[in-house]
Structure formats: C-alpha cells, structure tokens
Ligand binder design. Structure first.
Ligand code: ADP
Ligand code: MG
Length: 416
C-alpha cells in the first residue's frame, strides 16, 4: 500500500487512522503513567505520589510530547505514512535510553514497559500494512531482547512472550483484513470488466447496425460493377473480399452485445466441419497446410445452431492455419461418446500459446497478431457456452495447440 501514486482517498484513510492512533497513544501513555506514579502510590503503601526521578525523569515526558508537533507536521505537510514509523521508532529509542539510565549498573530488577505497547500491537492491523506490522514486532521485541542482553536480566522474558502471543493474534487480524481487501478488489475488478464490456457491447451493436446496411449496398454495387465490366478491373474480387472481412469483424463485434437466443436444430457435425474446410481451402493450400480429419465411428446428428457452429470451427481452423505460417499439419478428430457428447479436437503444429496468455485468449480484444482483432475466440467461447458445451485449450510453445470442443448431442430445451 506504499506506492508513490497513492489515491487521495487512501491518504485520507491513513490520516484518519494515524490521528486516531496519536490520540490513543498520548491518552494511554499519560493515563498509564499518572496511574502508576500518582494514583497507585496514593491508595497503596508504595510511597509518595511524585514524578519519577530516575531514568530520563521529566525529560521522558518532554521528549515523548515533543514527538507530537513533528507528527502533526508530517500529517499536514509531508507524508502521513511515515508518522507511524516515526512514533514507533522514537518511542522504542527513548524507552531504551530511559531504561538503561534506570537499570544499567544497578542491581534493580527490570520491571518496565508501558501499556502503549499494547496499542502498538493491536493498532498494527488497522494500518493494513505488513511492513509496519513487522517493524512494530521487531521494534518491541528487539527492545526487550537488547535490554535483556545489556542488563543481563531475564525479567525481560515475560514481556517478550506476551508481545509474541499478542502479535500472533494481531497478525491473524491483519491477514484477514488483507484477504478481505483482496477479494473486494477482485470483485470490484470483475464488475468493472463486466461493465466495460456491457458498454462496449452496446456501442458495438449500435454501430454495427449502422455499418451493416451501407456495407451490404457497397458489396452489392461492387458485385454489379464487376458483372457489368468483367474485364476492366482486377481489384473487384479484392474489394469484395475486404468488404466481407469488414462484415465479419462487425459481426464478431456485435457478439459483444446481447448474445442472441438460439434455436437448436439437428445438423451433421461432419458437414459443418467440411463446410468450414471448404471455405478455408484457398488459405490452406497457399500456406502449405495439410488437414487430416479422423472420424471416430458413426456420428449422430447434433442439436445446434449450424450457422453459429460454422463460425466456431471457422475461427478455430483459421487460428490453427495462422499459427503455422510455414505450413504444417492440422489434425481434426471427431467422436461421439454414447449419444451424449460430441468431442471435436483441432490440433495444429504451430507456434503455441504462452502459459501467461492461455487465460486471456478468450477475452475480447486479446490478440498477439499484427492484424488480429482478438474477437475470434471470444465469439467461439460464447457460442459454445450458448450450446452448453465446453472449450478446452492445451498448448505448448513451439510444439502446437490442441483445441477441444465438447458439445452435448441433445439439448434439453429448445431455447437458451
Ligand atoms: P485473433 O486471431 O484475431 O488474434 P483470437 O481470439 O482468434 O483473435 O485469438 C486470440 C489469440 O489467441 C491469438 O492472437 C493467438 O495469440 C492465440 N491463439 C489462438 N489460437 C491459437 C493457435 N491455434 N495457436 C497459437 N496461438 C493461438
Ligand atoms: Mg482468430
């Protein structure tokens, strides 16, 4: 939480916490000492109420109270985050000096400490800062250990043990706070992502509608021109192909919006795959790719929206082809398991997908290609989900990728 770019809201939170801490620190510190040196002696036989005259004496209080304006200065002008360290380290330092002056060279038993140390321990989770927690723990135990070594006194052990136990409790709180904040953060991030997509989706659908009409008349007129003047222009086929490309990008983008309801009909998976292979045939040949299709027995007809499944396998086969710019083999396996599920796998020998990307590839706009849109697998994944199926991708960098599509053969309801 100690980044240099901290949001004003977090700084405000830290200021609130440190102010509360300062108040409690001084209240605890003074009431404890007033009780110890004035109230207790007055009502017991311990002697006269008076300011302690050993150790730093009155200077202890002067020093501790002079920390206050410095702390305020840091809160107002500088960095509220260092105030807690400043108070902690100053306290530990002053207390060490005070104790050395009290006990060093005497035979008095060590019996010291102030209840503010409890405050340090139990306030450490409030700052939600692991570094501070460890500074507090090492500062306070270190103080007792150091005094024990210098004074050769084992009476420092009880406070060390108590600090250990209480710090363990405080650390449980701290860990809980951390994990709570982390899960809040991830929920928030998820929501943000969803909202972003919803907005993009609405925009895409709206713009897509507007683009599709002019695009189809553009295509119509280009085709008309081509028919009228068949020998004048070599560019017509390219123009039509590019218009088709825009159209397919627009269609993919529109998928970001509300997925349309699906009407399932029986169709042959073999025909769907053959269709997608036929329209990618040119690219397959141009790139020196060999496609091998293996059917595992007789395939039952599949409940599906065949147009959408064509889109799925088109995207997957194009990805496989694009992963092998220097050619290679694509293996397509189709098998049905007991009239329940259809397994289709598409395996390539391409460049593979890096581990850190594998979770991202179905996200919209994620692409590693120069001309990629990053929409293909998003649409594919969405369609498969709409078919109550599963998309599983295994990949090894440099070896290739295997994409598994698992679809239920029969859909229980006709509407999704
Ligand atoms: P695009 O193809 O436009 O980049 P996709 O959603 O189809 O978008 O794919 C997203 C990314 O996933 C690709 O850019 C690529 O990095 C990776 N990818 C998908 N399929 C394969 C594959 N068969 N081999 C290697 N990488 C792949
Ligand atoms: Mg693609």
């Amino acid at each position: 939480m100690n980044d240099s770019n901290i949001s004003p809201k977090l700084i405000f939170e830290e200021k609130k916490a440190i102010k509360l801490f300062l108040w409690l620190f001084y209240i605890f510190f003074t009431t404890y000492d007033i009780f110890w040196h004035f109230v207790l002696p007055k009502y017991t036989i311990y002697g006269n109420p008076k300011f302690p005259d050993d150790g730093l004496g009155i200077w202890l209080y002067i020093l501790i109270f002079s920390l206050f304006p410095v702390a305020l200065y840091y809160i107002r002008k500088g960095n509220p985050y260092i105030v807690k360290y400043f108070i902690l380290l100053s306290y530990v330092f002053i207390d060490i000096i005070d104790n050395l002056m009290k006990y060093y060279g005497t035979t008095k038993d060590f019996g010291s400490g102030n209840i503010v140390e409890l405050l340090f321990i139990f306030f450490s989770p409030v700052f939600v800062n692991k570094k501070y927690f460890w500074s507090m723990f090492l500062g306070i135990t270190g103080k007792y250990v150091l005094l024990g070594i210098i004074l050769q006194d084992t009476n420092v052990l009880p406070p060390v043990v108590i600090t250990f136990i209480l710090s363990a409790i405080a650390s449980i709180l701290l860990i809980r706070f951390y994990s709570y904040i982390n899960s809040l953060n991830s929920v928030h991030e998820e929501l943000r992502q969803k909202e972003k997509l919803a907005v993009i989706g609405q925009m895409a659908t709206a713009i897509g509608h507007e683009i599709r009409n002019p695009l189809s008349s553009l295509k119509g007129f280009t085709q008309l021109q081509q028919e009228r003047y068949p020998n004048t222009n070599d560019f017509y086929p390219i123009m039509i192909q590019e218009i088709d490309r825009i159209n397919s990008i627009v269609n993919d983008l529109m998928y970001l919006g509300k997925p349309k309801g699906i009407k399932f009909k029986k169709a042959s998976i073999e025909e769907i795959i053959n269709y997608t292979l036929s329209i990618t045939q040119q690219q397959i040949e141009r790139q020196g790719v060999i496609v091998e299709t293996v059917l595992g027995g007789v395939l039952p007809p599949l409940d599906c929206d065949d147009k959408q499944l064509k889109q799925v396998f088109l995207n997957l086969i194009i990805n496989a082809i694009e992963s092998m710019p220097a050619g290679g083999r694509i293996k397509i396996n189709i098998k049905a398991i007991e009239d329940l599920k259809m397994y289709i796998s598409i395996q390539d020998e391409g460049y593979g997908i890096a581990d850190e990307n594998i979770l991202n590839i179905v996200e919209p706009f994620f692409t590693t290609k120069k001309d990629g849109t990053g929409l293909g697998l998003m649409v594919t994944n969405q369609i498969i989900k709409d078919h109550n199926g599963e998309l599983k991708i295994e990949s090894e960098i440099g070896k290739g990728t295997k994409v598994n599509v698992i679809l239920p053969i029969a859909q229980t309801n006709n509407y999704n």
